[in-house]
Structures are given as structure tokens and as C-alpha cells.
Write a protein that binds this ligand. Structure first.
Ligand code: ADP
Length: 388
């Protein structure tokens, strides 16, 4: 039986809310795992009925998150909607918002973030520190900006997981750029890459997690492993927190955001980009922080108080990516061995098939000792492989 209240005494639309997620990947899956602790009826829109989130929601709808009608028809039956990827149909979300469906975050914020050109302009207009940039519409325009190199060329829309990003060290690299509206940013001398997750509720209260520090794999241009809280000086932390809060304040929307930042060789902090949703850099919060990023987003959407972002213990995350040279039904080599290690938590995303570089799961390690975290992270990277 469904629970219903007649009076809206909790400032939520009703005690029993219907909330949808656009996208059915691992982020949606982990969000749904947390939804089971609340009174909420969950809906997922995704074009693959075998996607990681399909079996954990109450109602699955097969459809295209970039198609106006699919998104609108899915959303109009709901109290609220959130996204697990930003490549969604924003026009449909705007119409739904106008008709009273609450969107987390607001379509106006998704619109800015979805396009790297608008996103950079937003930082500039709001005096949020970010690397200097110019906008290029074509490859010829990029070539005319050779004096701006070394720089990084990023396609305005459609890039994902490093695919829409080219590092241009000198003129001989410009042919690798994009013949489409893009941003050309000055190359930052990066000392560290960190990410900060910030939640904002409907009243404008914010909660910020300690930063996570990325250790990147330069070959694949993908995250190698991550440590949290990041080992950075207190003054740098203060700068990063102020900048991350400013980004969310200016986006002016309730929701949960991941602000990715560079710390450069002069210890200046610059925004790289923002994600308007739960994020890979916050997966450790499931075990390592009192309130996880997923729980936090439900608190925002269900109008509950924000949770405690403090870490219980420092943690590391190893992403479990499909091994090179293997495609087909996934087999997890080394799983039993790593599951015997103390304070190691395995998350498999339920994808039946693997391919090189596909995100198949992640492993969280907790320890009060950072050396132990790094050591165990490396051990797991060597022992655990996704093959076919
Ligand atoms: P994506 O959205 O595909 O993840 P990012 O904008 O985060 O792309 O860029 C991917 C990586 O490229 C970053 O993590 C960083 O290592 C590098 N990078 C991006 N922008 C710059 C920059 N301005 N200067 C130096 N390196 C950069």
C-alpha cells in the first residue's frame, strides 16, 4: 500500500514522491541502492533495458534521454527528476519545470554545464578562477590561434571521458583539434587534480565533502586511482572550498555537483569543469563518509536536512576497467583474493559484457594510513582484472 499524507507538512510535494532518473548507468544504480532507505517510488529512463539501473528501480522506461518526447512523457508523471549524465534533452526538462516538475539540478544549470563553451563563459562572468581561454568555431580558427599554445582543445558538446579533449603542445598538434565549436584553454601546469562534491538544498544551504585527489594514468587519459581526503595544504583547501561553493552558488540550483579543480605549480586553484550530478570522484563516500553522495542527493530531493560529509576514515578508489584485448562476457580475475583484504569494498556495476576501458566497477579501500591506501590500491590494480 502506498503511504500518502493529505497535508504537505514536511514542505515536500507529498510524503510519497515519484522521482525519475535520466540515464540508467552505474551512477543511477548506486543512487537507487540508497533510495531503498526512503519512501520514494523510482523511475528510470534509458534505451537499454539491461542497463545497470534497470533492475533496481520500481519502473523502467525504455527511451532516449536526448529525445524531447521521450523525456517529456517520462517526466510528466513524476514529482521530481534528476540526471546521471548531462547529455539529456534540456528543452523537455524546461517544459516539465514550467509545468511543476522539480528538476535537480535546474535545467538552467544543466544547460550551462552541458556545453564547455557556456561553462567557461559562466566561470569568467562570475569571476571564478579558471584557465584563460578563447573560443574556436572551426579547425582553421584553431590554427590561427597557434600563439595561444600550449593549450587544451575541448569540443563544446558531446565529449566524454577524455574523448572530446586534445592536449596541443605546439603547432604540429593542431590537426588533432576539433572542427566544431570548441574551447581552447591555456595548458595549466598541474600539480594536483582534485574534485569537490557540493550539495545545495532548496533553501540554499550547502554541504561540502573533503576533496578527493586524482592520480591519473597519462596513457589512457583516465583516472588511475583516487585518494580522499586529498593531501593538500590547509590554505589550498580553503581556496578550493571557496571556489567550489562559489560555482554552486552561481549555478543557483538545488542538487549535487562535483567541481573538478586544478592546483597549479604556484598553488593557485582553478576550476577545470563541473558535473551537475553524482560523480565518480565521490564513490568512496558510500563507505568512507558518514553520508554518501547518493544519500545526500536523496536528502536534497526529498527535502530532508543535509547530511554529515565528514570522513570516517581516509580512502582510495580503484576503478575497475575492462582490460585491453578482451571483449565479451565479463570474468573478474582475482576477485576472491582482493575480497579477503581488510577494509576493501567491491562494487560491480552489473554489466554483463566488457570491452577495453569500459567502467565495470570500482573498489574502495579504507585505512587511516595513506601509505597503506596507496600500497593496497596498487596491489588491487595488479591483482584484479576484467577479462572475457
Ligand atoms: P572530460 O570531461 O572528458 O573528463 P576534462 O576537461 O576533465 O575532460 O579533461 C581531461 C583531462 O585533461 C583532465 O583531467 C586534465 O588532466 C587534462 N586537462 C584538461 N584541461 C586542461 C588544462 N587546461 N591544462 C592542462 N591539462 C588539462
Amino acid at each position: 500500500m502506498l503511504l500518502k499524507t493529505s497535508a504537505n507538512i514536511f514542505a515536500r510535494k507529498s510524503f510519497y514522491m515519484k522521482i525519475g532518473i535520466l540515464g540508467g548507468g552505474q551512477l543511477g544504480r548506486m543512487l537507487l541502492q540508497q533510495a531503498a532507505n526512503y519512501v520514494v517510488e523510482t523511475y528510470v529512463l534509458e534505451n537499454d533495458e539491461n542497463c545497470p539501473a534497470a533492475h533496481l528501480c520500481h519502473h523502467f522506461t525504455k527511451g532516449d534521454i536526448t529525445n524531447f518526447n521521450d523525456v517529456y512523457n517520462f517526466g510528466k508523471q513524476l514529482d521530481a527528476l534528476t540526471i546521471e549524465i548531462e547529455s539529456v534533452n534540456v528543452a523537455a526538462l524546461e517544459k516539465l519545470e514550467a509545468e511543476g516538475v522539480t528538476i535537480y539540478p535546474k535545467p538552467s544549470a544543466i544547460k550551462i554545464i552541458k556545453n564547455k563553451i557556456l561553462q567557461k563563459q559562466f566561470y569568467k562572468e562570475n569571476q571564478i578562477p579558471t584557465s584563460e581561454f578563447v573560443i574556436t568555431a572551426t579547425l582553421d580558427e584553431l590554427k590561427a590561434h597557434a600563439h595561444f599554445l600550449p593549450a587544451v582543445h575541448k569540443v563544446g558538446e558531446g565529449g566524454y571521458d577524455g574523448k572530446g579533449v586534445q592536449l596541443l603542445h605546439d603547432e604540429t598538434h593542431t590537426h588533432k583539434g576539433f572542427d566544431a565549436p570548441s574551447v581552447l584553454e591555456k595548458m595549466v601546469k598541474i600539480k594536483k587534480e582534485i574534485s569537490m562534491i557540493v550539495a545545495m538544498d532548496a533553501k540554499g544551504n550547502t554541504a561540502i565533502y573533503p576533496p578527493a585527489e586524482m592520480v591519473a594514468n597519462p596513457v589512457l587519459n583516465l583516472l588511475d586511482y583516487q585518494l580522499s581526503p586529498a593531501l593538500i595544504p590547509e590554505k589550498t583547501l580553503w581556496k578550493a572550498e571557496a571556489i567550489a561553493r562559489a560555482v554552486v552558488k552561481h549555478l543557483n540550483s538545488p542538487g549535487l555537483f562535483a567541481v573538478e579543480l586544478f592546483i597549479d605549480d604556484k598553488d593557485d586553484v582553478l576550476v577545470n569543469e563541473t558535473a551537475p550530478r553524482v560523480h565518480n570522484s565521490g564513490h568512496h563516500t558510500i563507505e568512507a563518509n558518514y553520508c554518501s553522495q547518493f544519500d545526500m542527493l536523496w536528502r536534497v530531493m526529498l527535502n530532508y536536512p543535509l547530511g554529515n560529509t565528514k570522513p570516517i576514515l581516509p580512502s582510495a578508489i580503484v576503478n575497475l576497467l575492462g582490460a585491453e584485448g578482451y571483449s565479451g562476457n565479463a570474468v573478474y580475475e582475482g576477485l576472491e583474493e582482493i575480497m579477503q583484504i581488510e577494509n576493501v569494498y567491491v562494487h560491480l556495476y552489473g554489466k554483463t559484457t566488457t570491452k577495453p576501458g569500459r567502467k565495470m566497477g570500482h573498489v574502495t579501500i579504507m585505512s587511516k594510513d595513506y601509505q597503506d591506501l596507496t600500497h593496497t590500491a596498487n596491489k588491487i590494480k595488479h591483482l584484479l582484472k576484467v577479462k572475457a
